[in-house]
Design a protein around this ligand. Structure first.
Ligand code: AP5
Length: 218
């Protein structure tokens, strides 16, 4: 299965992409996570990317396209992948098409998670992430059992630098400015599936499952 998750910041792409990838037994490729990891390792690419991310701006296309191309070329992506947070510009969408065409394949579906702006702000401002294993929490919707401690690995929970309200609103603007042409491209190709992302995590997971035809049989 080769699937792309689209949708504004906080729509639940990461939450749902992890689960779909696990169910399908394919890798989950989150561009945000890859860039944050590069920044934490202190590589030149990572430090450059961090400047853009902290402002809520997009990292330049050539940087993210290079990362995706390298990652999709690895053997574990042969059986499929769930891409989360890529493409975010028309140039990235075109690059993805070229990369997959060179590998003799294409996408199966593009899921667009739809959620209203005020819920997105509330979700992101309340998000906490484990520093050690990356598990996601929400202070209200998905609280950890112990304050500021990860249920999975006991690591410390923190708030992402770009999850402060002002930066969240900037990220929403950037998303609005860039997403329409990409959605148009995938709609015209018959790949786009709109998924209502407003319900609880389980409810949205069921909608994602239906959108990709899981359990639908031959
Ligand atoms: P990235 O890390 O990808 O951030 P994003 O797209 O802004 O998405 P988020 O991770 O914030 O949200 P999400 O939709 O994954 O929601 P989540 O599941 O976590 O990118 C960060 C930055 O990297 C970008 O701003 C940019 O600078 C750069 N970048 C990344 N990709 C790039 C690219 N292709 N090109 C250029 N630059 C790029 O959920 C959010 C919260 O809500 C969590 O707390 C969660 O627990 C909660 N939640 C989830 N689902 C529900 C639900 N159904 N009900 C209630 N709460 C829920």
């Amino acid at each position: 299965m080769r699937v792309v998750f689209m949708g504004p910041p906080g729509a639940g792409k990461g939450t749902q992409a992890v689960e779909l990838a696990r169910r399908q037994g394919v890798p989950h490729l989150s561009l945000g996570d890859m860039l944050r990891q590069a920044a934490a390792e202190g590589s030149e690419l990572g430090l450059r990317a961090r400047e853009f991310m902290e402002r809520g701006a997009l990292v330049p296309d050539q940087v993210v396209v290079g990362l995706v191309e390298e990652r999709l070329g690895r053997p574990d992506c042969q059986a499929g992948f769930v891409l989360d947070g890529f493409p975010r510009t028309l140039a990235q969408a075109e690059a993805l098409e070229r990369i997959l065409a060179r590998q003799g394949r294409g996408l199966d579906a593009v899921l667009n998670l739809e959620v209203d702006d005020e819920s997105l702000v509330e979700r992101l401002v309340g998000r906490r992430v484990c520093r050690r294993c990356g598990q996601n929490y929400h202070l209200r919707h998905r609280p950890p059992r112990r304050d500021e401690v990860c249920d999975v690995c006991g690591g410390e929970l923190y708030q992402r630098e770009d999850d402060r309200e002002e930066t969240v609103r900037r990220r929403l603007e950037v998303h609005r400015a860039n997403s329409a042409p990409i959605l148009g491209l995938y709609r015209a190709a018959g790949l786009l599936r709109a998924v209502d992302g407003r319900g609880g995590v389980e409810e949205v997971a069921a909608a994602v499952s239906r959108a990709v035809g899981e359990g639908a049989g031959p």
